[in-house]
Write a protein that binds this ligand. Structure first.
Ligand code: NAD
Length: 361
């Protein structure tokens, strides 16, 4: 029995999560996996119901399950609310409470959507890379930090700090992920300037001895940013510290050109995983059955892969999405100007993926 907590959230969150849930249930059934699904509030809807973006009770429930599937949070309704009560604080809290230290963001270019990229088709064709970002350390959390006054001059400070074990555990996630892919890890750093990055290089090199079957490269972050737009196909798994990963994962995502197609996973040390589409709550199209559910559905594929280790189930979902796109099915967000596709709704896109999955013998 696998227990999953669904946190649909706000805006299009509930719409895309509903389609993801249908896929989750069908694929679990096909693979004889018994599911215990539970649903709870996060973000603006939680503020409306309880006064806070995430209650202690929901945190406790999330800690009990095998995986969490999240939609999106936020919207203009809660824009004026105090900073510590904003919907996004619910998201930050759940990631922290679950100890999610590894953020996995695949960037895959689907053949049928190749024109959505702003890069030339021959550059993006076949891109299939995974950015693994350290999520709980580095510059965003290091001490000392803050703004102070030194001899009447204001000074701002943040500190990039990593302990050896933090580097080792995220690097291990990268090597393990690479084993299921093209067996190449690129460690991205700035060791020519930063001492903390020299420690990363040492720890990564040491761990690499346990993975002789995986090729390891080290790449400076500035040149990696350039190579991502020049020749992104050379990358398989990229592993890097928090801030570099924050920037590079968005750069890699934008190469694919379509926000509604990007899934993500955040993993913790005890096998806990939280899966969510990269996009936000899209208030401009919420409640209109226009949202693209494929990022949420692809997040379910990541859940099968990382939390259940069911690689075949994950591949089935990824293939079903590919087939649906090759059949010319498109939600409005993935139709480019001049293309003659008829847009379908969120539910119809969910139906199309389910149909492909049901057609498997
Ligand atoms: P957004 O991702 O919600 O939307 C950006 C644009 O992309 C919009 O035009 C939207 O319609 C479109 N879009 C996004 N996802 C789509 C989908 N699945 N299908 C079709 N179109 C899609 O980003 P935003 O507009 O900057 O933020 C809106 C709200 O979402 C804000 O309150 C923001 O704080 C929140 N947000 C939440 C998350 C999260 O929950 N992880 C992430 C980003 C933003």
């Amino acid at each position: 029995m696998k227990r999953i907590l669904l946190l649909p959230g706000d805006g299009i969150g509930p719409e895309v999560t509903a389609q993801a849930r249908r896929v989750l249930e069908l694929v679990a059934q096909r693979h004889d996996i018994k599911l215990d699904l539970d649903e709870a509030l996060i973000g603006g809807c939680s503020i409306d119901a309880t006064g806070v973006p995430l209650t202690d009770e929901v945190v406790a429930r999330a800690k009990e399950v095998d995986a969490v599937l999240l939609g999106a949070v936020g919207g203009p309704k809660w824009d004026g609310i105090a900073m510590h009560l904003k919907p996004e604080k619910g998201l930050l809290r759940i990631r922290k409470e679950l100890g999610l230290f590894a953020n996995l963001r695949p960037a895959t270019v689907f053949e049928a959507l190749i024109d959505a990229s702003t890069l030339r088709p021959e550059v993006v064709k076949g891109i299939d890379l995974l950015v693994i970002r350290e999520l709980t350390g580095g510059l965003y959390f290091g001490e000392p930090k803050g703004i102070s006054s030194v001899n009447g001059v204001r000074r701002g400070v943040n500190t990039m700090v990593y302990d050896e074990h933090e580097i080792e555990r995220i690097t291990r996630v990268a090597f393990e992920a690479a084993r299921g892919r093209r067996k190449k890890v690129t460690h991205v750093h700035k060791a020519n300037v930063l001492d903390v990055c020299q420690l990363w290089v040492e720890v990564v090199n040491h761990l690499a001895k346990e993975y002789p079957d995986v090729e390891l490269a080290h790449q400076l972050v500035d040149s990696c940013a350039m190579l991502l737009v020049k020749d992104p196909k050379q990358f398989d798994v990229i592993v890097t510290e928090n801030m570099f990963g924050d920037i590079l994962s968005d750069e890699a995502a934008m190469i694919t050109g379509s926000l509604g197609m990007l899934p993500s996973a955040s993993l913790g040390s005890d096998g806990m995983g939280l899966y969510e589409p990269v996009h936000g709550s899209a208030p401009d199209i919420a409640g209109q059955n226009k949202a693209n559910p494929l990022a949420a559905i692809l997040s379910v594929a990541m859940l099968f892969e990382h939390s259940f280790k069911e690689l075949r189930a994950a591949a089935e979902i990824n293939d079903a999405v590919k087939q649906v796109l090759s059949d010319g099915k498109r939600t409005a967000d993935i139709i480019l100007p001049g293309q003659k596709f008829t847009p379908i709704g969120c539910t119809a896109m969910g139906d199309a993926v389910l149909e492909k999955l049901k057609a498997l013998s």
